[in-house]
Design a protein around this ligand. Structure first.
Ligand code: SF4
Length: 401
């Protein structure tokens, strides 16, 4: 896979769209490696293909070579992958970026906590669950000495363990105490707020109807605050059916990363059934989730396809994909440029681009660069609000900075 096309007798040409070709090769079962491709070495290759396109910043290349040992199947796959990418290359397009997008304050804080611990105490630093739901972030921290575990029994007694941004139940905290672990809590303060509400309302004798998705770590943590008094409600349908001991003593709370529109429908249904329903003083769906959904709503109708940078287990990224689709615009979740399928760009002139709250901003830049490698690209941004929220770090990592 060419990062750059090199000739003996003329300037080299960079290949920013190479990620798309790499993804297409991998989907066709071809293992890839990236590097410069010398254009005069094709005599040694079973397949050596390259193209030079007019692109966003001068000419851009696409190049791929398979070694002399490549099977005919691999050679056919390489040719087909190149043809698939070239089929959508060379035409002008625009990218409209939604703003705000990418990291929120809670995610930045959680990542900084692990980074500071690694710098201050060295590895290994144990982290219960993924610190935030993003593959690139987790892989990057793992490479620097973070050890991600599913449960605390995988952490040696007395070691340092970080609780992820999604929060934990009291049972997990108690288990950490029993194992004498040094806990650093990276739970987002906005998740902590929901835990406090669950304790308060349950303590007042209410049944807490927690709107959220079963199995999500945040929901497991919040449910654990008052398990005997909390019922999970995942949909309007479940809101219609849920039974409570005393309809006059019911509170709703929500996961922080839900669809604003769908949650409003669930709450309306609950209110119809339980007129005395109480709720949190301020929305549990957090500012970052709300802002990213508002920003996406504003661009989705003006674009032909929407790409959402985020990982499959990122709740707020998945909600962005669903929101774009509800406005009638096809949308796709991508971990990075390699996940972009050429056929998504066929006949497409206007691409909407955003990223979930756990996706690094640099990934968005690399997607823009990859799209710019396919042909002339104009890039614009539509900002619906500006975020200035910042959360302070826990004292345990602040002290030693
Ligand atoms: S998405 Fe919201 S609740 Fe989750 S970490 Fe970010 S700010 Fe906190």
């Amino acid at each position: 896979m060419a990062d750059e096309l090199l000739w003996a007798d003329r300037p080299s040409i960079r290949c920013p769209g190479g990620g798309l070709l790499e993804g297409e090769l991998r989907r066709r079962g071809v293992a890839t490696a990236r590097g410069p491709l010398y254009v005069d070495t094709d005599h040694a290759a079973a397949v050596a293909l390259r193209a030079v396109l007019p692109a966003a910043r001068g000419p851009a290349g696409l190049g791929v070579a398979a070694t002399g040992q490549a099977s005919s199947t691999t050679a056919a796959a390489v040719s087909a992958a190149m043809a698939a990418v070239l089929a959508v290359a060379g035409r002008p397009r625009s990218v409209l970026l939604a703003a705000p997008r990418s990291f929120c304050a809670g995610v930045e804080r959680a990542i900084e906590i692990v980074e500071r611990l690694l710098a201050q105490r060295g590895g290994p630093i144990y982290v219960r669950k993924e610190i935030v739901h993003n593959r690139h972030v987790v892989d990057g921290l793992r490479a620097r000495g973070a050890v991600f575990v599913d449960e605390l029994d995988a952490v040696p007694r007395g070691a340092t363990v970080v609780f992820s941004a999604h929060g934990v139940s009291p049972a997990v905290r108690a288990e950490a105490d029993r194992r004498r672990l040094k806990v650093v809590d990276a739970t987002c303060p906005l998740v902590t707020k929901v835990h406090a509400e669950a304790r308060r309302f349950a303590g007042q004798g209410d049944t807490v109807l927690l709107i959220g998705h079963a199995g999500h770590e945040e929901v497991e943590g919040t449910l654990g605050e008052a398990p005997e008094r909390t019922i999970l409600v995942q949909s309007v349908e479940e809101a219609r059916r849920v039974r409570v001991p005393d309809p006059g003593r019911v509170t709703y709370l929500t996961q922080t990363t839900l669809s604003v529109d769908e949650t409003a429908e669930v709450i309306t249904e609950l209110r119809n059934r339980f007129p005395a329903l109480r709720g949190p003083a301020s929305d549990d769906i957090c500012y970052a989730t709300t802002n990213r959904q508002d920003a996406l709503r504003s661009i989705a109708r003006d674009t032909d396809v929407v790409l959402v940078v985020g990982s499959r287990n990122s709740s707020n990224s998945l909600r962005l994909v669903e929101l774009a689709e509800r406005t009638g615009t096809p949308a796709h979740l991508i971990d990075d440029a390699r996940d972009i399928r050429p056929e998504w760009l066929s006949g497409v002139e206007r691409i909407g681009l955003t990223a979930g709250a756990s996706a690094p901003p640099g990934l968005v830049d690399s997607v823009v660069a990859a799209l710019g490698g396919l042909g002339p690209l104009t890039v614009g941004e539509r900002e619906t609000t500006r975020e200035s929220i910042h959360f302070t770090l826990p004292a345990a990592v602040r002290r030693q900075s």
